[in-house]
Design a protein around this ligand. Structure first.
Ligand code: 0O2
Length: 262
């Protein structure tokens, strides 16, 4: 047992790389882990939403999508990063083998949910990318977290990576269409298409801002009518992590060079 490992119920915690160095190297073993991590994270998110509904009569989450990355996409991504297609490289360099997307109503819900996930003390946040504050050149907006969640196996606990994407309905609408268009052109869309997509991204941002201020106006009107407003309805709009903290929050292997900054 390494110094950093913690004894839990007779077993000990490992990260996926340590788990691999203990001789576990089959595709099926890792898929079992990633699938379990998705289930576990899905349940945590569902509980947060249910609790919100119970206490505040309000659901911050519109819907949740979970997926395990297809083997072809894993191979493609490894190739893009300049790595051989091995299980070891997948475990080391692909952070989104298990991915969960949480789609919310308002931008303020995104930060509130991110904070609730971050404050669960067995979830470790490895990195955060706030593409809402800093959209991608494509116009892409979303809040990304790479976290690990403990998976309790029969004799040990494995902290397993999950990518969490949190975005509004409008951001999700744009990203889904852009993803399809990007694939149609295999990354080489004509300039005018990319320009128009960026323009659509701006419209989507305006729509989000308008819907948020509309929500605030509704709350204000209800307050004036004397209706009690649950506190959690109030949009906080404050990112849970400041910009200078956006990269590494924990020791994390980021040695690879990305070939593609998309
Ligand atoms: P797919 O097919 O959706 O899975 P990282 O390993 O996290 O450091 P990565 O994966 O490039 O590097 O990180 P990033 O930038 O956070 O992007 C992760 C995912 O965000 C992508 O996964 C997309 O799902 C989404 N994304 C990022 N940029 C864009 C964009 O410009 N448009 C759209 N529509 N989605 C984007 P994959 O693996 O690229 O694709």
């Amino acid at each position: 047992m390494n110094a950093g490992q913690v004894l839990i119920q007779g077993g000990f915690t490992l990260n996926v790389q340590e788990y691999m160095s203990e001789g576990v190297d089959s595709w099926k073993s890792f898929m079992l882990l990633y699938n379990s991590a998705l289930k576990e994270m899905g349940t945590r998110v569902e509980i947060l939403n249910d609790e919100f509904q119970h206490i505040h009569q309000y659901n911050p989450i519109e819907y949740v999508k979970k997926r395990i990355k297809q083997p072809e996409s894993i191979v493609k991504k490894l190739r893009r990063y300049g790595y051989e297609s091995t299980i070891e490289n997948m475990v080391k360099y692909i952070n989104d083998v298990a991915g969960i997307r949480i789609v919310c109503s308002f931008t303020s819900d995104i930060y509130r949910l991110a904070e609730m996930i971050r404050s669960q003390n067995d979830i470790k946040v490895l990195s955060i990318k706030d593409y809402i504050k800093n959209p991608k050149p494509s116009g892409y907006k979303s809040y990304h977290m790479i976290v690990t969640i403990p998976i309790f196996l029969s004799d040990r606990v494995v902290d397993t990576k999950v990518e969490i994407q949190i975005r509004t309905l409008a951001m999700d609408f744009w990203a889904s269409l852009e993803h399809k268009i990007y694939y149609k052109f295999e990354g080489n869309a004509p300039d005018y298409i990319s320009r128009d997509l960026r323009e659509c991204a701006n419209i989507v941002s305006m729509l989000d801002a308008k819907m948020l201020s509309l929500n605030e106006a509704i709350l204000e009107a209800k307050r004036k009518q004397g209706d009690p407003i649950p506190e959690a309805w109030e949009p906080s709009g404050k990112p849970p992590v400041e910009e200078n903290e956006l990269t590494l929050l924990h020791e994390f292997d980021r040695t690879r060079q990305k070939k593609d900054d998309r």
